[in-house]
Each structure stands twice: as C-alpha cells, then as structure tokens.
Design a protein around this ligand. Structure first.
Ligand code: GLU
Length: 365
C-alpha cells in the first residue's frame, strides 16, 4: 500500500518548542516497520517553525507576530528537523529525501506532475520522502497554512491508499474532551457533515496551526480522492502499523468515497483557491447537477470578486449555498455585461460556455 503519514508540531516538540528526539525516533521506527511490511511511505512533517523559535530568542508561548520572523524561524528549524529525521531513518537503514512544497506546485498541472514524478522516483528507490511546506519563502496569502491539508493533497498526488494524521488526541470525539468529561471517541465516520464539523472542529495548539477542523477538511479531501484517513494519537505504541492494518480502536477512521474524483476535478475542487463567485439560478444548478451540463451565461445572475479567464470560481445558488467550483472561461467584466444572455445574443469571441463541464466539479456537501 501507499501510505502518507502526517505528524503535527505538538507531537514533535517539547513544551519549549525544541524537537522531541524521542518522538521522531518513534515515528521513524514505525515508518521502518511499514516499509518492512512492503508499504511505500511518505512523511509530512510539521515543526520547522516551532524548532527554529529558540535560536531566535522566542518560544511557542512567545511566538513572534511578524511573518518575516516566522519564516526565518522555519529556515532554522527545517534544517534541524531534517537532520533529526535523517539520523533516525538512517538508524533504521533508511534514506530520507526532503521535499518542500508550495501550493503553486500543485495548482499548475505541469508542476503537479513534476512533484508527483519526484515522489514516485524517491519511493521507487525505497527512500522516505519527508515533506513540509516551503515555509521560509511562503506567501502569507498563498500558502497551505496547515500541513493536514498539504498531507491530504499529497495523498491524492501519489494516489495513496491511506492517510494517517498523527496528533496529540486519540481521534475525533463527540465533544471537546478537554472540556467535556462525557466526550467519547468516534471510531468510524462515513460522511463528514456540518453537524460533525460543528461538534468536533476545534482550534489547534499554540505549537501547530491545524486543529480538528483542519483534520476534518483534510479527511474530506482524502475521502474524495479515494483515500482512507485515520486520525490517531502519535504516542500510541505501534500506531502506524495498527492504523494501516485497520486495527479496531486505533483512532477515528474516515471511509473513502467509492467514487473517486478524477485528478483534474480534485485539483479544481481542493487545490485551487477561488478568485471569485458566480451566482447562478436554480435552473442552472439543476442542469449542472442532474444533467452534467456546462454552465451557460443564461443561468448566471451575477458575479463577485475579481477574476480572469481560467481562474477558479465558486458557484453559488440562489439560496447562497456554494455547490460547485470550476475554471471560468469568461472574465469578470464579461459576466457583468452578459450575465443572463442567451448565446445568440452575445458577441463573437466569447466562449459558448462560461464554465465547460470538463472544468466543473460539483462539490461534495
Ligand atoms: N509548516 C509548519 C511548520 O513546519 C507547520 C504547519 C502546521 O502546523 O500544520 O512549522
């Protein structure tokens, strides 16, 4: 099987923010166990920023506010983190390969394919890719932001079978276990709905960015990629081998959808940020959802945001619900002047469809 393991900052660092060598050693030992069992394994690691705070005179409880200083911290911490992985993987006879990704590496199809090629080449030689966001030069506006989402996109990228999100809680609970003594672990989730997001989605720790909300978002991406996700506690003995083997009670398991969105549609749905919104009428929504048609100008009521042709936009129905996403062939000014028009009414040169059905994805609710 192909496995992506993501481990969060709070599981990898001590209270002061320094790298917890024992935690990395445990993880690497378990990764080695997976590889021995024949599974190709990719690690997505956090904690670069956290590990670089100390040398700059900061700590997790006293994090700098300036983005430049956080980027600087990651530059220092990332080396230390990789040295730690390199050492512990080497003690298990394994080679580590560092891969630092930015969202644009997944947005642009050619870079997406190159990123995949690199990971496949590493895996084919038994190397363990150790991935993080390229935090040292990350753009505040354009970043993955949390490694849960990054890990889910990597799972899709390499066509993984399972994604394991290791964290400092045992999984998803019916309520916040830090506040509610009656909270119990949910062992299996078939569908992530708004109710679950409301009860389980909480903020993360001071060390990392992801909380349960970002883990649920990641599990959703994975589910639509045909990838099973398990959220489990990083310090549980044999957590990785048990999660991959599907041992009962290892954590919370999210079942994948049987229908896997094709790579291009998944990329449109989850990897590309929307630049604007098209508000469409109910007839258009039905035509897109029930009859897999393209979106025509006649069904568009209005637009919001600034977008050009080929940008991603969200489709919103008359009730205000976002139900689809796609790549628009029309820019904002063309929508403004021709929304609601039939095709024989608009000038030559405008694409027949505002969004072609090949560029449109109905979003999982
Ligand atoms: N990429 C960040 C780091 O290495 C972590 C993001 C996260 O906490 O998910 O510090």
């Amino acid at each position: 099987m192909k496995v992506v393991v993501k481990i969060g900052s709070s599981s990898l660092t001590t209270v002061t923010g320094d790298i917890d060598h024992r935690a990395v050693a445990k993880l690497c030992g378990e990764v080695a166990g997976l590889i021995k069992d024949g599974h190709q394994t990719v690690v997505v690691t956090s904690a670069a920023i956290s590990a670089g705070l100390g040398p700059l005179g900061f700590s997790n409880s006293n994090r700098p506010k300036e983005a430049d200083m956080l980027r600087a911290a990651s530059a220092i911490g990332q080396i230390a983190l990789m040295a730690t992985y390199k050492g512990h993987l080497a003690s298990n006879g394994l080679t580590a390969g560092q891969v630092l990704l930015a969202p644009t590496d997944l947005w642009y199809r050619s870079r997406y394919l190159k990123s995949r090629g690199t990971l496949y080449a590493l895996l084919s030689r038994g190397v363990v890719p150790v991935i993080n966001e390229n935090d040292a030069v990350a753009d505040d506006e354009i970043r993955f932001g949390d490694n849960d989402r990054l890990a889910a996109l990597v799972a899709h990228l390499i066509d993984a079978d399972c994604l394991v999100l290791l964290t400092d809680t045992a999984g998803v609970f019916t309520a916040d276990p830090r506040r509610d003594a009656n909270a119990s672990l949910i062992e299996e989730i078939i569908e992530i709905d708004q109710h679950l997001e409301a009860v389980a989605g909480g903020p993360g720790t001071t060390a990392g960015r992801g909380g349960m909300a970002s883990k649920l978002a990641a599990a959703k991406i994975a589910a639509w990629s045909g990838v099973e996700t398990t959220i489990a506690q990083s310090d549980r003995p044999n957590v990785l081998v048990d999660a991959v083997a599907g041992v009962n009670g290892v954590g919370t398991v999210f079942r994948p959808h049987s229908q896997r969105l094709p790579a291009r549609k998944l990329w449109i749905a989850f990897a590309l940020p929307p630049s604007g919104r098209l508000i469409v009428d109910n007839g258009a929504r039905a035509a897109l959802e029930k009859h897999q048609r393209s979106l025509l100008a006649a069904g568009v009521i209005t637009a919001e945001g600034t977008f050009s042709a080929d940008d991603a936009v969200e489709l919103v129905d008359e009730q205000g619900s976002v139900f689809a996403k796609g790549l628009t062939r029309w820019q904002r000014s063309e929508i403004d002047s021709h929304a609601g028009f039939n095709s024989h009414e608009f000038p030559d040169g405008l694409a027949e469809e505002v969004i072609h059905r090949d560029d449109l994805v109905i979003l999982p609710s």
